[in-house]
Design a protein around this ligand. Sequence first.
Ligand SMILES: *Cc1c(COP(=O)(O)O)cnc(C)c1O
Length: 455
Amino acid sequence: MSKEIPYKIYLEEKEIPTQWYNVRADMKNKPAPLLNPGTGAPMKAEELEAVFCKELVKQELDDTTPYFDIPEEILRFYKMYRPSPLVRAYCLEKELDTPAHIYYKFEGNNTSGSHKLNSAIAQAYYAKKQGLKGVTTETGAGQWGTALSMACAYFNLDCQVYMVKVSYEQKPFRREVMRTYGAAVTPSPSMTTNIGRKINEEFPGTTGSLGCAISEAVEAATSQEGYRYVLGSVLSQVLLHQTVIGLETKAAFDKIEVTPDIIIGCAGGGSNLGGLISPFAGDMIRGEKKYRIIAVEPSSCPSLTRGSYVYDFCDTGKVCPLAKMYTLGSGYIPAPNHAGGLRYHGMSSIVSQLYHDGYIEATSVKQTDVFDAAQRFARIEGILPAPESSHAIKVAIDEALKCKETGEEKNIVFGLTGTGYFDMMAYKSYNEGTMSDYIPTDEEIAASLANCPKV
Ligand SMILES: *Cc1c(COP(=O)(O)O)cnc(C)c1O
């Protein structure tokens, strides 16, 4: 008889990690460097510092330091909503009638409703420490903008958010949360930047795109004294901050003396997945342990499973450095999938390299299957999951059902990255049976990839 494991495995406050883990230090094949899109040479720190905060540039370029101390001020903020619980999904296990043990790490227990706050607070801190007046960013669905607004309010920093116009109009609640925290929210494309005015002139009445909002936010940062641009995913610095998720998960498992067999995360730009798996991937790279790690992406935006591993632009406006990553091409416009946070054309260079080297598997899932899983999970485990997170739920359920066939008592853990309260239009479409499953053709993907830069 094994010992009883509680529903919630909590760490104590003093067990919150005091360092982030940089998996690049252990990686034998380092992620390829960012390149200057004009010269094709690796980006130098000085070049990046014109756009990004100094300390964050240091973290971005460092692939040898294994641990970074988490500054005291950030730890203090973490203590308001961390450690996040690792939950044993006993009720879901019973409903699935599986011998598998299912766990999830829940990051939705803060007002922004997702894991993005873990990096937002770090980025706001370094901006403040540098003596900046404020930061600019873009937001699509709104989770990142919300998290950054909260972080900037805490450090009394100005926060300018360029929100894709269609979301600005369709998600007024997110917009008002950001404004409540003091952010200035501008629908993009706007008339406040050169690139915004140009796009509005060229495409009158356009409802905007993430790529366009990035270009506007970068322009706003570089044209105002005392401002820098910050990004909520994809970059190695973001993944570094998100390792607080994986380190806590590992510590909680150690506490109950359980070793996970399968680790599952949804993958948009790769920050939550990378953060969750980094300490486990480190074990694998050092040859100490073996896990199955699964990245789950929407079949409408399948960068790992159907993209190419090449250098590409990070934004549609082509103002950012080139990154080597699994990509669908920077001009790829995914079908309007409801998981807004997973609609990015590329993937973190760290996650891309780990996938390329065989440490990670990837799979893609259809939108309606994802919402079937979301509904099932909500009804039995109580939490209304974000559509993004539900991609991981779907695959966790599939793996648990495989265990039912084989009789294996595997330990499965997945990242439950957030709540879905601001995604009720997506649930409405699912409940009314009007949700569709768009899967791009090979020709569409090939046409988009043809526009990647030749490096
Ligand atoms: C943004 C977001 C994601 C995807 O971003 P990653 O960088 O891939 O982690 C996943 N879940 C939620 C709730 C999000 O807000």
